[in-house]
Design a protein around this ligand. Structure first.
Ligand code: NAD
Length: 257
């Protein structure tokens, strides 16, 4: 309650869901996003709930944007209680001949920005502050042509335990690793999902994930009551990364060469 919460990539998807949940719980929420229309819509929805909010339009890959954003948050509320490093994107990999600049851009968004924003907020973290990084099950398993994204997610996973060690006793740092999360409803209010039977049955939980599945765990990890959880990554993937499937089992056919 009355916490100052910062969310990167809060314009759409999981980030928007997080902003709305922090707002619902009485938090003041600052979001940064490079999509102006999306960020303004998240801000509008938070204000419609009576929450205090702040939207900064910028690309988190740019250090100057992070510097101005963090100064704006500090000047507005003077402290930060929760930082969620959520923004990320993919520019594929070897299969698409992803070039050096595209590859390093994804690392800047997914790894450098979480590091630098945490550093910029160091003087402002409240006494029970928490950082939550959004990584992915793709930090530990891959499809082909995903090098830029997988490397960024491996990076943010390692950054999580490194920062937890550096900030011990001061700021807890944890991560959530989502599996397949259908973010459609946080892009388009009229969105109606349509899944094949295989889409759902490949998850031991029997369904595809939704942004609230992630938001609940982020809120849990950032809750000061849960102060004995630190440096941890919680996988929230409906069990998909725990299901071993051999060709021919469970109605599955690999279909490869
Ligand atoms: P999304 O594409 O629905 O939304 C991402 C938001 O971040 C957008 O508003 C976008 O404009 C913003 N953003 C992207 N790059 C930015 C940048 N450089 N600067 C500022 N804003 C930027 O994404 P999502 O699916 O909600 O993903 C959120 C996080 O969850 C990401 O870290 C993603 O890797 C992770 N994740 C998602 C899934 C999934 O299935 N949806 C699975 C695993 C991990």
């Amino acid at each position: 309650q009355d916490k100052v919460c910062v969310v990167t990539g809060g314009g759409l998807g999981i980030g928007r869901c997080l902003c709305l949940e922090f707002a619902r719980q009485g938090g003041k929420v600052a979001l940064v996003d490079m999509d102006r229309a999306a960020g303004e819509e998240t801000l509008r929805q938070m204000r419609a709930m009576g929450a205090e909010g702040l939207f900064f339009c910028g690309d988190v890959a740019e250090p100057q944007a992070l510097e101005v954003f963090s100064r704006t948050v500090a000047a507005t509320w003077g402290r930060v209680d929760v930082l969620v490093n959520n923004a990320c994107l993919s520019r594929q990999g070897l299969g698409s001949r992803c070039g050096y600049d595209d590859f390093t851009y994804v690392l800047r968004v997914g790894v450098s920005a979480p590091y630098y924003l945490t550093r910029l907020f160091l003087p402002y973290f409240g006494p029970k502050a928490a950082v939550c990084n959004i990584t992915s099950s793709r930090a530990v398993m891959s499809q082909s042509d995903t090098e830029s994204y997988s490397a960024a997610k491996g990076g943010i996973s390692a950054l999580t335990h490194a920062m937890a060690a550096s900030l011990r006793g001061r700021v807890r740092v944890n991560a959530v690793a989502p599996g397949w999360i259908d973010t459609g409803a946080y892009h388009d209010p009229d969105y109606r999902p349509s899944y094949t039977p295989a889409d759902t049955s490949q998850h031991p939980a029997g369904r595809v994930g939704e942004p609230m599945d992630i938001a609940r765990v982020v809120l849990f990890l950032c809750d000061e009551e849960n102060s004995f959880i630190d440096g941890e990554t919680v996988t929230v993937d409906g069990g998909m990364t725990r299901l071993m499937i051999y060709d021919g089992d469970e109605g599955w056919s690999y279909g490869g060469k």
